[in-house]
Design a protein around this ligand. Structure first.
Ligand code: NDP
Length: 284
């Protein structure tokens, strides 16, 4: 029987804390943190994510604006908009909702964001800073996982940590953060052989694959901590993670549910990064 790591409650507690810190910040500095979110095109999932980001900002008292551009926006127009936002004093965080339409190169677009306003921490500068362990922002999903481990007093140092998945936005930075926390880290991917032998070695297992019921109870060690980053739709169209919850729950010492685990933490970490960006401006 596992402890359920409740990302919904943890993120709600954090929102309350961020709201209070924002009030104090305003009192001390006379302005509010500001986030600009750019969305290009009409991808329905992206529209939901962007609406939620705006709602989250409203809830903690940030200024925020959503800039919706048509699908056929040219790269130079988008880069010009980012340049304007980079220069605006009232905007501390800039986020370009991904994926972008195919004719736009997301690497070029992300690289155009001032690294000090890159609250997704996807730019080369911020990726480099994270690699050497000297950073202002962390990418929201891995940062959310680390915050859960911290708040549930799960020690990483000295533990065998296995991350399944090596994407630039989740798997790789997740592995780096666990390494910075002194875990002994293995990264598994689609070419890993005998995956179950690797995952069974994990004291802390993070799955970021994108396949429903991919991690089953027989693939984990008794007492493992299981973190499910996956967000998939099952056959009934319901949101589900990568982890077969029932079989893993029976063996794990702690586990994140989906929904209500890592997802809400990703959302709140964007607020944390935006507040950090505003605070960094004061320190200058
Ligand atoms: P990607 O598709 O970019 O990466 C998936 C990774 O899984 C790849 O590294 C791939 O390996 C690996 N993989 C695929 N099949 C296997 C396999 N059979 N065995 C081992 N590894 C495999 O996905 P993302 O990293 O962007 O996202 C992963 C999941 O997390 C998705 O479900 C996504 O929706 C979710 N997600 C959730 C968030 C949240 O807030 N909870 C935020 C972001 C993502 P290879 O590199 O070899 O192809």
């Amino acid at each position: 029987m596992a402890i359920i790591i409740d990302g919904k409650k943890t993120s709600s507690d954090m929102r309350g804390e961020i709201r209070e810190r924002t009030l104090k910040f305003k009192e001390e500095n006379g302005f509010l943190p500001g986030l600009a979110v750019i969305i290009v095109g009409e991808d329905p999932a992206s529209q939901v994510y962007v609406r939620n980001k705006k709602k989250d900002c409203d809830e903690v008292g940030f200024n925020s604006e959503v800039i919706a551009l048509p699908e056929n926006t040219e790269e130079k127009e988008l880069l010009a908009l980012i340049d304007t936002l980079n220069k605006r004093e009232d905007i501390h965080g800039i986020l370009v909702q991904l994926p972008l339409p195919k004719h736009l190169d997301s690497e070029i677009v992300i690289a155009a964001i001032d690294p000090e306003k890159d609250v997704d921490a996807f730019s080369y500068v911020n990726v480099g800073k994270i690699t050497v362990g000297n950073y202002s922002f962390l990418p929201c999903t891995p940062a959310g996982v680390m915050e859960l481990l911290k708040r549930y007093n799960i020690e990483v140092a000295g533990k065998n940590c296995v991350v399944v998945g090596r994407s630039n936005i989740v798997g790789k930075p997740m592995a780096l953060l666990l390494l910075h926390a002194n875990g002994t880290v293995t990264v598994a991917h689609s070419r890993t052989q005998n995956l179950a032998d690797v995952t069974r070695n994990a004291d802390i297992l993070v799955s970021a694959v994108g396949k429903a019921d991919f991690i089953t109870g027989d693939m984990i060690k008794e007492g493992a901590v299981v973190i499910d980053v996956g967000m998939n739709k099952n056959k009934e169209g319901k949101l589900t993670g990568d982890v077969d919850y029932e079989s893993c729950f029976a063996k794990a010492s702690a586990i994140t549910p989906v929904p209500g685990g890592v997802g809400p933490m990703t959302r709140v970490m964007l607020l944390e990064n935006t507040l950090t960006a505003a605070q960094n401006k004061i320190k200058k």
